[in-house]
Design a protein around this ligand. Structure first.
Ligand code: UDP
Ligand code: MG
Length: 309
């Protein structure tokens, strides 16, 4: 018998745990028929509600429920990393606890792994039920990433993915502190089958991602998978040098022909403001990369677990 581990990061999700477990285990019969056992690994990401006790209750009823509990909230990225590290399965699947990743897709996903794919990924074809500005910025982010990153980052891609142990080990080998899994998946490569589905709204509770948390996460994605912003300074510098050169010639010629008295300080102020703005902007970009490098260099652990079973 081989083993499929369902990895499920949860943060303050006490209402969803049991429902999720029941829905996922509906696939048990299918997998048993294929000679595959299932188990579930909950990663409690420092929840402050009854999430952990819900998980423990489930574990006392079913030995196939396992968990890792963090010492504090480390974020979903850290939770997914811990899940991949602790899971024992030959096949691994990462799923949200809120049932936005439909468990009914599992048999289809597994059929592609049987056909020889290394991983089966999912993407939402729409963002129905999501706030409009959130969708707008998400689309802008993916559009930008397509232009500035060599790594393939698919619009609407979910973290919901079934993979073989080999792929999971490749992901674990990328031990970076600033994690952006959507990029990491693309970076490691392997034969990936994409499945599409319509967006499903959260079963219970509410989203753990505020707009600003998502915004910071998008900066994470950009700095982790592109160095293009770092070259903006070089291009801006070259551009301003050329403009300055043209203007110097223009002013010298004007002085020689018309003997123009001193004028044009409004334009001077505009130029100074604009160039210093560009300089600060570029320094800010440098700062972003420096900050990320700083955190990488410290080699802090990605997560700390307090309790495991
Ligand atoms: N999550 C987590 N740690 C966090 C935030 C979220 O483990 O700091 C989990 C959460 O419990 C859920 C999944 O990540 O299982 C996706 O979160 P959510 O549904 O809030 O995000 P959305 O679907 O709205 O993007
Ligand atoms: Mg969700």
């Amino acid at each position: 018998m081989s083993l499929l581990t369902v990895i499920c990061p949860c943060y303050n999700e006490e209402e969803s745990i049991r429902l999720f477990y029941q829905e996922v285990m509906k696939n048990e019969g299918f997998f048993r028929g294929k000679g595959v056992e299932m188990n579930v690994l909950f990663v409690d990401d420092g929840s402050r509600d009854g999430t952990l006790s819900e998980i423990k209750k489930l574990r006392s009823e079913d030995e196939r429920v396992h968990f890792v509990s963090f010492s504090r909230n480390f974020g979903k990225e850290a939770a997914m990393y811990a899940g991949l590290e602790k899971a024992q399965g030959d096949y691994l699947v990462i799923m949200d606890v809120d049932l936005q990743d439909p468990p009914s897709l599992l048999p289809e996903m597994f059929s592609y792994v049987e056909q020889g794919y290394d991983s089966v990924a999912t993407r939402r074809v729409n963002r129905k039920g999501e706030p409009v500005i959130r969708s707008f910025f998400a689309r802008a982010f993916y559009g930008l990433m397509k232009k500035i990153s060599k790594t393939e980052i698919v619009d609407g891609a979910r973290d919901y993915r079934l993979m073989t142990r080999q792929v999971a080990d490749a992901i674990l080998n990328m031990g970076e502190y600033n994690r952006f899994t959507k990029g990491i998946y693309g970076w490691v490569g392997f034969e990936t089958k994409w499945l599409e589905y319509e967006n499903v709204e959260r079963a219970k509770g509410e989203t753990k991602w505020s707009f600003w948390k998502l915004f910071a996460y998008s900066i994470e994605g950009i700095t982790a998978f592109s160095t293009v912003p770092l070259s903006i300074a070089a291009f801006a510098g070259a551009f301003f040098c050329i403009v300055a050169f043209i203007m110097i010639i223009f002013i010298i010629v004007r002085k020689l022909i018309f003997d123009d008295p001193v004028s044009g300080w409004p334009s001077l102020v505009c130029i100074i403001l604009m160039t210093s703005g560009v300089q600060f902007f570029c320094t800010g970009i440098l700062g972003q990369y420096l900050a990320k490098t700083y955190l990488e260099v410290k080699r802090r652990p990605i997560y700390l677990s307090k309790e495991e079973a």
